[in-house]
Structure formats: C-alpha cells, structure tokens
Write a protein that binds this ligand. Structure first.
Ligand code: SF4
Length: 366
C-alpha cells in the first residue's frame, strides 16, 4: 500500500521550511496538495510505500563489494542534475521520491533471520548508493535514524554513509556514542553557492556541509570529502579547488576521493532539463563532444568518460592541489579503471575493522 502527496519545495534551500512543509503534507496521508514556499519553488511528489524486496543488498561497485548497502528511497529530493539514478528503472521521475517506510523493520527481520541461521552479521552497512539518508524529508530521516540506531546500538554493526544533505542533530548524538564504527563522506565539489544551486538544487548549501564535516571530525567519526563528480572546466579550477580543499582541511579532514563527471543518456537528458543557464550547460557538455561511450570496469555499466589521458592529467593536477592543502587524494577505480585499481574508500575499511565482530572472514561476507 502506498500514499502520495505533492508539494512545492524551494529552489533556495531552507531546511526548516522544507521539513515543516514536507511533514505537514506527509501527515495528510493520502491527501494530495501543494505548498508554495517561494516564488521559484519546485514541485516534489512524495510517495510512501512498503518495501517488498530485501533492504540489505550487495553492490556491483567494487568499492562497495565488501559491505551490504541500503537505499532509504527510490529517487532523491536533492535533485543533483548529474545524478546517475535517473537512468534506473525504479527512478520515480524528476521531482518525485518514493520512501520505504518500513525499512528499519525490514532490516531487523533480515538480521534476525541471519542470527537464527547462525550466519555472520555484516561488519557495516553503507547508506546509500542510490539515494541519500539525510534528504530533508521527515519520513526518510526517521527511517534512517531508526535503521542506523538499530545497527549501531542493538547489533554493533557499523554505519557508513555518503551525503550531500544536512545531518540533523540527533544523528550526531547517535554517532557520538559509536564513533569508532561510523564513517562518513560528505559530497562537495564547489564553494560557489549559485553554482551549487544550479547543479545540486536540493542539497545542503556548501557552508552547511563544511559545518557537518567539522562536527563529524569533532565527535571522532572517520570522515572524508567526496569531490565527485568534478566537472571539467566548471568546478575544477585551480583556485576553486584550492579554496575548497583549504576550507575542508581547516575542519580537520585529511582525505578526499575524487572523480570526474561521466555521461549516460539519462544524465545528459537530466542536465539539459535541469540546467537552465545555457552557457553553464554548454560548459558542462562541451568537453564530451566527440567522445565515445566506454564501459565502467566493475559495474559493467557503460558511459561517456573524458579520454583517459585527460582524466590522468586533470586528476594529477587535482592531486597536486589536494597535497598542497594537506589532503591525501584517492581516485575511484570503479570509474577510472585505466588509471588505478585502487578503491576510493566509498566504504571505509579502517572504521569497519573497529566493529565488535572482527572475524577476518567477515570482510568477505558481501
Ligand atoms: S544526493 Fe546523491 S542520490 Fe541524491 S540526487 Fe544527488 S547524487 Fe543523486
């Protein structure tokens, strides 16, 4: 059974307003209505549904091959213009999100089933390969909180996440009780607010994400920056990257993973629909003119990547800037198999090994 609500959310990010409006609409379970938050708002359709399939699933990405992953939703209200989930069959469409409202219960059932069958529990769970646990929708945040609290508090299973959202206070309180088994990556590629608003319209503003990085470091959580996807000629200028990396390093971050934008037809279509500034759109797409599609090594997915020599030289340059700012950079081998076979630490094994169940065999469970 599912229920749907429609609402307007602001193009300008206001977390309190977003959440209050979304809650109001979601409480009107089954009722369809719109709430205008400002003059240039976007319509978002929220559907609540029960998850039918397993919540904990393996990932085809090599960087995540050793951990189960979980998505709290199909779709994502952050609405990043470059997001690859737009090509997925379960993608609910631009401006829509399907929330799995029974995720915590489902995870508990799956863990209890493992316990009953004397199977080992995972070392950690990764949130979320194709959504964001911290998008500003109360039902998503509630399910994320319940699921993470269940894993950390009841089972001693680590939590690893990547986010472009704002992390609410209650999560910091939860993570502070288990810092050794939590690892987080915050996605941020530019400090420019208007550029971020154009390419990541529903994500948290850069300053919010910087604050969250600092708070995670303060409570002892293993934390890194995810500078992915960098956009050639748009977000990767020397001065812009130096400013970003300097701000991040000031907050105690020492690691960054980086990769460049790649295209698939659904991503190109999304960029064309979402980026209204024709000059910016041209700057994003022009470097791909005449470039042919190739295959991502570990996932089997195909996409259009910048030529390997371009990625090599640009990532070398990004690496030099990161080093000058005191950051160690890792390249995602999933998207750069010709350059490296290393992992970008989407999931952080250093934190994983702090979990209570430390049997070495568990690192190969997933
Ligand atoms: S936050 Fe992640 S999942 Fe959500 S739209 Fe952006 S890239 Fe996609």
């Amino acid at each position: 059974m599912s229920s749907t609500v429609s609402m307007r959310i602001s193009g300008a990010w206001d977390h309190t307003l977003h959440r209050a409006a979304l809650s109001e609409a979601l409480r009107s379970d089954g009722l369809i209505r719109s709430l205008a938050l400002d003059g240039h708002g976007r319509m978002v359709k929220v559907t609540l549904t029960d998850r039918k399939s397993r919540a904990l699933t393996p990932s085809s990405l090599r960087c995540l091959s050793h951990l189960p992953t979980i998505n709290m939703t199909a779709g994502c209200v952050h609405g990043c213009a470059y997001c690859y989930i737009r090509g997925y069959s379960q993608y609910p469409g631009d401006g829509a999100v399907t929330v799995y409202r029974n995720t915590a219960e489902q995870v508990e059932r799956e863990l209890l089933s493992k316990i009953k069958r004397n199977k080992q529990l995972p070392l950690a769970v990764y949130f979320c390969p194709s959504s964001d646990a911290f998008m500003p929708v109360d039902e998503v945040l509630d399910q994320s909180y319940c699921t993470m609290a269940l894993l950390l508090g009841h089972h001693g299973i680590g939590v690893q996440f990547v986010t472009k959202g704002a992390i609410p206070d209650r999560f910091f309180d939860l993570f502070a009780q288990h810092p050794d088994i939590v690892a987080g990556q915050v996605g941020l590629t530019a400090l420019d607010e208007s550029l971020n608003a154009a390419i990541e319209p529903g994500a948290a503003p850069p300053q919010q994400r910087l604050e969250d990085l600092a708070r995670l470091v303060d409570i002892g959580v293993t934390t890194s920056l995810r500078a992915d996807p960098l956009i050639l000629g748009v977000t990767d200028g020397d001065d812009d990257l130096a400013a970003l990396f300097t701000e991040v390093a000031k907050r105690g971050i020492r690691d960054v993973s980086a990769s460049y934008l790649f295209l698939r037809p659904a991503i190109t279509g999304s960029l064309r629909r979402s980026i209204h500034d024709a000059v910016l759109l041209r700057r994003i797409l022009a470097p791909f003119d005449g470039v042919s599609r190739s295959t991502i090594c570990c996932s089997g997915g195909a996409g259009t990547f910048h030529p390997v020599e371009v990625r090599r030289s640009q990532l070398d340059r990004v690496n030099r800037i990161a080093e000058q700012c005191g950051l160690q950079m890792r390249i995602c081998g999933c998207k750069n198999s010709e350059l490296t076979n290393s992992k970008c630490h989407l999931a952080n094994l250093a934190a994983t090994t702090h979990t209570k169940q430390q049997a070495p065999a568990q690192t190969h469970l997933w």
